[in-house]
Design a protein. Structure first.
Lengths: 485, 388
């Protein structure tokens, strides 16, 4: 049954690969494997978004023919464009890392031991994910349920059966339908609903996230640092559990990481064409982010765009960005974001779907919520969710304060702190406090941010070691030259 | 030389406490002698017997005595027998220096059971606990019929506590509904009773090991900063200090990862042993949901040709949502819809529902359905019924 994943993801991945190649144009910035991995992530989401659009205007149903038609059309369009471009300019090659010698023996041994350990856990997790029944509430109440609903009705059904003859249009129907649609597509392909099959993509999204963190780090630092950062993320218990559970938080985290890390990289590039390429990639990542979960539209995207705006002003003042570049960047972000956000927002308004994380944020009464501070304190620092990551992050932010709060690291630091801070009033002052006190939502918000935090921590750690131990500096000359101290 | 010195110092510190191992005081009510001076308040009847103190009371009451112990108390074990009904009881203690008669209460439940049953109370976990409590007792709710056999008050020494803490560090939680939101992580319990019930009761009664790890990091960092000021600030020393701190941090991280990774593999091992490796349809138990999923698998062929079916079980969550998903597009509804012509009843884990001689479903003497037949007899309390 799991073999259906191969044909299921072939065309979307090819679409994503073609899209990335076109976005890179004559300035390839992605690694060969990174383009494949990112192509898988973006291609699937883009395919589902286009399927959503063509469905709501009545062109297709959620059938095999409907999904396949969209995927074929997308591949043919992007492929045609790619071939046309290729005839006019050389094939896009791939970015290459700075040359570095082989890993020292101790690092090779450590990489093998820790890599085997992580692989063992992933294998166990893969079996749990695909060979045990659905278990968690949001699986049978939201993600899988909606996928099955679409599969059975062959349409984007918003009316959810609750059981006992009760139905609702509110709640989880307000979430973007991407993850359920992926499940629907796989089921239509296989011809039947199989929990093993429709759950499997979640592990692939987790692996995608690990790979993206590796590639993002590899761009800025050594291979051993990139492996270290990837291990740090893989050793965080709660994200791992999300990696083997059919929830959408890792799916969101992968898109969020792509959007933020590509934006961050854009600010580290000295070469204008490279910078603009990263801006284009970041713009598409930010746009697709909207179609993952509700909180992206209200929380992540506004802060991302705020940082983008601040960064553009900073680059312009430093003479690194021409007026043309500024306009191009704003058009890319504005255009791609609008292309996804406007239809989705219009659809939500048309169907009276709430904004907010399944619960409407309008109408929340304001009152101080006791016990939240303790719940957050304990969850962050004294449970097993994050290993020793929170003190590591805070310690490095304090130790390398001037680096962490200056460009380009400021992109990561500001994003993390602003997103974190923006959630706190909801917990401290509204009825959403139960998400913190009952521990049902707070940590999931951190799961979204953890990959970005790992990127920041690994780079700051390298920076600290370089400073304190006078070790070999980062392989990324752009990162060094763009930093003031 | 340094190691030898450290070994001697360590032995000198640990030896006296090792000699004085676990201390236990037992107040046994079996036999002729009542242990100590007990003050009985409002209990209807307390009768001495060879099996213990027989307590029967029509109203809430308690019995207490001065503790008069030569040692502190970490845990209390109370043994009862001949318990005829579920009984609410309370462990009581008086904090030294507080108002006379003001007793702190720790409630617990005694299950109905003829044979002896021991209830362990990890009193040391509670911040209100006073190791030197000068009065101790037990309270019983009205209607209690129990025989109190013995009260055991125990204290463990430092090495024993350290050993228990080490063992509890390697105790793992199971995969539960809350695991998607948080994991407790490694916890420290300092006596066998606390360790035994570490993840059995929620929230777990243990101290987060993060406290210890943070203390180690703080002490290491503090010592290195001190050395930095005392022994100079050269580049070589700086490298050494940073290397030491990072090594300590890395060791703690790897230990933590090993601990949590083993817990994760434990989830898999448990699922594999109890579910994956078992034959489908063999009534496999899956986590705390028991045979629910095998039951639904067996029921599926009988409900997929129906738009709706009546579903009855013990708890609405998670079973209603889960079966709705698993059988969709067939949807579960409640028994009030029987009048709408629904003929299929899915009964899970309901020993109180059975068929009477007229082949009708009956619950507590109330007829639920028209006559029919069982189309799936999964277990005595779990079956599928179809009315004629």
């Amino acid at each position: 049954m799991l073999l259906w994943l191969i044909p299921g993801f072939a065309l979307p991945t090819l679409s994503g690969w073609l899209l990335l190649s076109l976005l890179e144009g004559r300035t390839p910035v992605l690694y060969r494997n990174e383009r494949f991995v990112l192509g898988f992530l973006f291609g699937l989401t883009l395919t589902m978004f286009l399927s959503f659009l063509t469905h709501i205007i009545g062109l297709i149903g959620f059938t095999f023919a409907g999904f396949a038609a969209v995927q074929l059309a997308l591949v043919l369009s992007l492929g045609g464009l790619f071939l046309w471009k290729r005839d006019r300019s050389p094939l896009p090659s791939v970015a290459r890392s700075a040359k570095e010698g082989p890993l020292p023996d101790w690092a090779r041994v450590a990489a093998w031991v820790l890599g085997s350990w992580v692989t063992l856990k992933l294998l166990a997790g893969a079996i749990i994910l695909t060979a045990t029944p659905i278990y968690q509430d949001d699986v049978f109440s939201n993600w899988n349920m909606r996928g099955k609903l679409f599969f059975e009705t062959e349409r984007l059904t918003l009316t959810m059966p609750l059981g006992n003859d009760a139905f609702t249009n509110e709640g989880v129907s307000s979430y973007p339908p991407t993850v359920p649609m992926v499940k629907t597509w796989l089921a239509t392909l296989a011809g039947t609903w199989s929990d093993s099959l429709v759950n499997a993509p979640h592990l692939l999204w987790y692996l995608t996230l690990l790979a993206l963190v590796f590639f993002a780090l590899r761009r800025h630092t050594t291979k051993s640092d990139a492996l270290l950062g990837t291990y740090l993320l893989a050793s965080l218990p709660l994200p791992l559990i999300h990696g083997i559970t059919p929830y959408a938080d890792v799916f969101l985290a992968a898109h969020l990481f792509a959007a933020v890390s590509l934006l961050f990289t854009a600010f580290t590039r000295e070469e204008p064409r490279e910078r603009q390429t990263f801006f284009r990639l970041g713009a598409v990542a930010s746009a697709l982010l909207i179609f993952t979960k509700n909180e992206t539209l209200l929380l992540h995207l506004p802060i991302l765009l705020l940082i983008l705006g601040g960064g553009i002003v900073w680059l312009r003042r430093n003479g690194k960005l021409s007026n043309t570049d500024v306009i191009a960047t704003l058009l890319w972000y504005g255009g791609t974001t609008a292309l996804v956000a406007l239809p989705w927002i219009a659809f939500k308004i048309a169907h009276d779907l709430p904004f907010g994380n399944a619960k409407a944020i309008t109408g929340l009464s304001i009152a101080w919520q006791p016990d939240v501070a303790w719940a957050i304190w304990y969850n962050t620092f004294f449970e097993g969710n994050w290993n020793l990551f929170p003190p590591l992050l805070i310690g490095l932010l304090a130790l390398r304060f001037r680096r962490a709060f200056a460009p380009p690291f400021l992109v990561l630091t500001a994003f993390l702190l602003l997103v974190y801070a923006a959630q706190l009033p909801l917990y401290f002052l509204t009825g959403l406090s139960i998400e913190a006190t009952n521990q049902t939502g707070y940590a999931r918000g951190l799961v979204h941010l953890m990959p970005i935090a790992v990127l920041l921590v690994t780079l700051l750690l390298r920076d600290t070691l370089t400073q304190c131990l006078a070790m070999q500096p980062s392989s990324d000359t752009n990162l060094r030259s763009a930093s003031p101290n | 030389m340094f190691l030898l010195h450290a070994l001697f110092v360590g032995l000198a510190i640990l030896l006296p406490t090792t000699v004085a191992a676990k201390e236990t005081t037992i107040w046994s009510f079996e036999g002729e002698v009542i242990p100590g001076r007990w003050e009985v308040v409002r209990l209807t009847s307390t009768v001495r017997s060879p099996e213990g103190l027989r307590i029967e009371t029509a109203r809430e009451g308690h019995l207490t005595r001065p503790s008069e112990l030569a040692h502190g108390i970490d845990a209390v074990s109370v043994t009862f027998r001949d318990v005829s009904r579920p009984t609410e009881a309370i462990f009581l203690w008086h904090i030294q220096g507080t108002q006379e008669g003001h007793l702190v209460q720790l409630p617990f439940l005694i299950e109905p059971q003829r044979d002896p049953q021991t209830i362990h109370l990890n009193v040391g976990y509670y911040s209100q606990w006073d190791e030197g409590a000068d009065r101790i007792g037990l309270a019983f709710s009205s209607g209690a019929h129990v025989t109190l056999q013995r009260v055991e008050l125990s204290r463990w020494n430092i090495p024993e506590k350290i050993l228990e803490a080490w063992k509890s560090f390697w105790m793992f939680d199971e995969f539960r509904p809350y695991t998607i939101n948080f994991v407790w992580g490694p916890l420290l319990a300092t006596n066998p009773i606390a360790r035994q019930y570490l993840f059995a009761k929620l929230p777990p009664q243990g101290m987060s090991v993060n406290w210890v790890f943070y203390a180690v990091l703080t002490l290491t960092g503090g010592a290195l900063v001190l050395l930095w000021f005392l022994r100079g600030q050269g580049a070589v020393l700086r490298k050494r200090y940073v290397a030491v701190f990072l090594s300590v941090f890395a060791s703690l991280w790897l230990t933590y990862d090993l601990r949590m990774g083993l817990e994760f593999l434990g989830y898999f091992a448990n699922d594999y042993r109890t579910y994956i490796s078992q034959q489908p349809g063999s009534q496999r138990a899956f986590r705390e949901r028991g045979t629910f999923y095998d039951f639904v698998d067996a029921a599926l062929p009988h409900v997929t040709d129906r738009e709706r079916y009546i579903f009855m079980t013990t708890h609405r969550w998670p079973f209603l949502g889960a079966i709705r998903y698993l059988t969709y597009p067939a949807l579960p509804t409640d028994q009030t819809k029987v009048l709408e012509g629904i003929d299929t009843w899915v009964i899970f884990d309901r020993p109180d529902i059975a068929l009477n001689e007229k082949q009708q479903l009956v619950m507590d003497g109330v007829i639920l359905s028209p006559p029919g037949r069982k189309v799936l007899d999964f277990a005595p309390d779990s079956f599928l019924f179809r009315s004629d």
